[in-house]
Design a protein around this ligand. Structure first.
Ligand code: ZN
Length: 228
């Protein structure tokens, strides 16, 4: 009798809907912007989206327009590394007024989201109105400091709404092995600023808030770690 109950329980459990890769893919409609696997000789996350230490320290200058937060994810990679579309879509801007100099591209994905690829090495050969497929090249990684590529070559990737007024955390929308990519979280540049008043707030790459461009600053914190 007892054994029959166990079998019933096990069969019942196996019939429950499982949270597998398919479910994750549905929640996260986009792919990483590179074909190569991550690594020190290919690419790695050099600054997360959100209240990073660097964003906090530059909250009144570099990141003032984005409520004091870093409103994209930075991927360190050698200049010339091919940057790929994170989803199917239509090009809506090439070198538009969205910063991330010297060159940028914006793709509308038709699902309420747009992706922005910043600090590209050269003007993208793509044309406004052109259709692109997920994984197709959109440009090459560049360095915001200039074509010598000797300071901090990286891709700055943003995901915004169709009005371009709101930025979302790419970590919540790109299907990737984020736990593995988070292994470097103790590196300088990868850390988040923590508040003594609420140390759990925005502590992880996945728990950062949305950004409304032009909105009030979100991180005017006193007592912080690291000390500010
Ligand atoms: Zn950036």
């Amino acid at each position: 009798m007892r054994r029959a109950l166990w079998i019933l329980l096990l069969v019942g459990f196996s019939l429950l809907p499982q949270r597998g890769p398919a479910a994750v893919r549905a929640e996260r409609p986009f792919a990483l912007p590179f074909a190569e696997p991550p690594g020190v000789s290919t690419w790695f996350v050099s600054q997360w989206y959100g209240n990073t230490v660097s964003a906090f320290r530059n909250r009144a200058s570099l990141y003032a327009a984005g409520q004091g937060l870093h409103f994209g994810v930075d991927f360190a990679a050698r200049c010339g590394t091919i940057v790929r579309a994170i989803g199917d879509g239509t090009v809506v801007a090439v070198d538009g007024p969205y910063g991330a100099a010297p060159h940028n591209v914006v793709i509308d994905h038709g699902n309420g989201y747009r992706s922005l690829y910043g600090h590209l090495l050269e003007r993208s050969p793509l044309q406004v109105g052109q259709k692109v497929r997920r994984g197709e090249p959109v440009g090459e990684v560049g360095d915001p400091a200039g074509p010598r590529c000797d300071r901090a070559p990286h891709l700055h990737l943003e995901i915004r709404d169709t009005t371009m007024r709101r930025a979302y955390n790419p970590v919540t929308l790109i299907d990737a092995d984020w736990p593995r990519l988070t292994l470097g979280l103790r590196l300088p540049g990868q850390q988040f600023m923590l508040s003594y008043d609420d140390p759990e707030r925005w502590r992880l790459p996945s728990s950062q808030p949305e950004v409304l461009f032009g909105g009030p600053r979100l991180n005017d914190w006193r007592g912080t770690w690291p000390p500010s």
